[in-house]
Ligand binder design. Sequence first.
Ligand code: KIV
Ligand code: ZN
Length: 400
Amino acid sequence: MDVVRIFDTTLRDGEQSPGFSMNTAEKIRVAHQLAALNVDVIEAGFPISSRGDLEAVRQVAKEVRTVPIAALARARKDDVMAAVEALEPAAASRLHIFLATSDLHLKVKLNMTREQALESISSMIRLGRQHVGEVEFSAEDAGRTDIDYLCTVCRVAVEAGATVLNLPDTVGYAVPEEYAEMFRRVDASLVATFGANHGITLSAHCHDDLGLAVANSLAAIRAGVRQIECTINGIGERAGNASLEEVVVALAVRKESFNVSTNINLEQLFPASRLLSEVTGAQVAPNKAIVGANAFAHEAGIHQDGIIKNPLTYEIMSPQMVGVPERSMVLGKHSGRNALRLSLRDLGYEPTDVELGEVYKRVTALADEAKQVRPRDVVAIAHEVLRRRSTLAAEATSAA
Ligand code: KIV
Ligand code: ZN
């Protein structure tokens, strides 16, 4: 079975979005957790952007020895040399060079012709290869690049020494079939030029402007892509990048459909998500897949009843599989008696059916007013009802 490599860019693309910047100590903490997760590459920063970021990448490279460290550089000499300097202490490193290739970016942003872009790509990859063993090239805005020109860009990058070609959907504009088709076309052109065993890894890097980053990444895998660039909690420019946890869990849960594996330790996903939230101060939405507070929480009575009978009724994976300590049965106005009985048992109460009925009545009445019923509310209600045990029992007998 093929392995899909996970290139984590939480510390670079993730970090460069508003509210997510991290200092060196914070980057090192997150990088250690990424190593525990067993990602295949950690992109630690963009060294030319500031002296502080260059130092942060250097420190991550010094401290995290078990995972290759990548640094980003535009196709410019100063950028490449700053990244080379930052990567110098790494046990294993990858230089990540990028240049925009869509006509829009070439004209408006870079004021370059297509030919000038090819020349920069070739010369900067050659320069990088003199210093770092592995060079990845990214064609920024590949998703909106003329496909024939993109194939030429890829050929030139490979001839200059790049072994990983990343084709980002920089602006989150692509839809799955279209994005997959771009990779098929590029791969066919690589095969035509370099042969079927060209050994180049194609990589996907998706942004979530249309909420399609994960779907596009998965479609790319079906088209033969074997590296996915993604971030913890899906953080990244604008609407974010493809969420690492969603991509890898989709591949694990739907293994029979994708027929690929990853090297990720899935049970480290939740700890990674929580650590990132703690470091950045940005909480994930409660309904976020895999790591959100509600991902394994059940409030509706019908669902709670199903889960109690067999978790497969309403869960496609166990919380433990992704490192979530336990599922939660939330008591609210939609909850059922079975879940309430279990909650009471957890709290040390063994109510009779009559008592359970009374507690249930009060809990649902409270839930009608408050959004959620907290365990201490249930304790208070249970305590009061069970104190009146004999009275309730007598009432039940006389009613019968
Ligand atoms: O979105 C993008 O195009 C990027 C590249 C720099 C890889 O982040
Ligand atoms: Zn990006």
